[in-house]
Design a protein around this ligand. Structure first.
Ligand SMILES: [Zn+2]
Length: 318
């Protein structure tokens, strides 16, 4: 049980000065590391044996949290592709009713990027007007996946990825450029580029970007591209996953550009300034729906064709 030391020290300062906020986001690291951090933070609220405001990690209260047996520490952890507004409402209600001994109620949201915009908005209201003492801990692979409206209201901590050094070494050995290594580390998993050279990856990225720009500009050639170039280049599951990961980053970049967040990784400029943020959010939803279908084994090509047509044709939002 080792949570990230640097983050622990920062939280110690926060706790010592009694400035704990209602919501935090932990990004980076792996799922297990993020979850450990969330439980660590929960323990700061319940430990019977705090030392300088930090939990002992071994008392009954700490153990109860490890065993998911503390009724005041709730967790959303869904296998589904999205966390909907109904789900958030259920947890909110259950937090409101469980005021055990006036203690803080903690809600841990695993894969917070799965929250639909509606769910996120509902949660935001809760963060702004909390019903008693609540602590919401959101966990996500990358803050780029989290809606800007949420990011603007929570403090984010990045967990250092101990694996990334060895990733970088491996990709360097395979002659990947620094630029591509950076992109791979930040957007996807190493397994998706297992069979690729640096040149393959560059080509793959160029094609993906080209499809994205064309789709967002209503250019029908994006559809033709799916049936030719993309079908060929993403002909196995790993490559398809890479394609989706890059598209996710492209959407995230486009959102970042619209909101001036300066977090772009793949795009240099807004690919279609005429698209409103509402429409863009709807397009992200279309993308998320597509991933759900693909994960439930609808063919990649069918999924991508439908997504492309929807992006090109359908007037979503205002
Ligand atoms: Zn303890």
């Amino acid at each position: 049980m080792r949570a990230d030391n640097r983050i622990i020290q920062e939280f110690q300062k926060i706790l010592n000065s009694n400035r704990l906020a209602h919501a935090y986001l932990f990004e980076g690291g792996n799922k297990k590391q993020r979850h450990e951090m969330a439980l660590f933070l929960a323990k700061t609220q319940f430990c019977e044996n705090l030392k300088d405001n930090l939990p002992c990690m071994e008392c009954n209260a700490c153990n109860t949290i490890d065993l998911s047996d503390n009724p005041d520490v709730l967790e959303i952890d869904t296998e589904k592709r999205s966390i909907g507004v109904d789900e958030v409402k259920i947890y909110k209600e259950s937090m409101a009713t469980r005021a055990t001994q006036g203690k803080t109620k903690v809600l841990v949201i695993n894969d917070a990027q799965k929250m639909t915009p509606q769910a996120a908005n509902n949660l935001l209201k809760f963060i702004e007007e909390p019903d008693g003492n609540v602590l919401i801990v959101m966990l996500a692979n990358s803050k780029n996946q989290i809606l800007p409206t949420i990011l603007s209201r929570v403090q984010t901590f990045k967990i250092s990825e101990s694996d990334s050094d060895s990733y970088i070494e491996e990709l360097k050995k395979r002659d990947f450029t620094d630029r591509n290594i950076q992109i791979i580390i930040e957007t996807t998993e190493l397994k998706t580029v297992e069979d690729m050279t640096d040149e393959d990856f560059t080509k793959f990225l160029t094609e993906t970007k080209d499809w994205f720009v064309k789709s967002l500009n209503g250019d029908l050639s994006a559809f033709i591209k799916v049936q030719t170039n993309i079908k060929k280049m993403a002909d196995n599951r790993k490559q398809q996953e890479l394609f989706w990961d890059l598209v996710e980053q492209l959407f995230s970049d486009e959102i970042s550009l619209k909101y001036d967040l300066n977090r772009e990784k793949l795009l240099d400029s807004d690919v279609n300034t005429a698209i409103t943020t509402t429409k863009l959010t709807n397009q992200v939803d279309l993308y998320l729906d597509t991933i759900t279908k693909w994960k439930s084994n609808v063919s990649f090509q069918a999924c991508l064709e439908l997504l492309t047509l929807n992006l090109i044709n359908r007037e979503v939002g205002v």
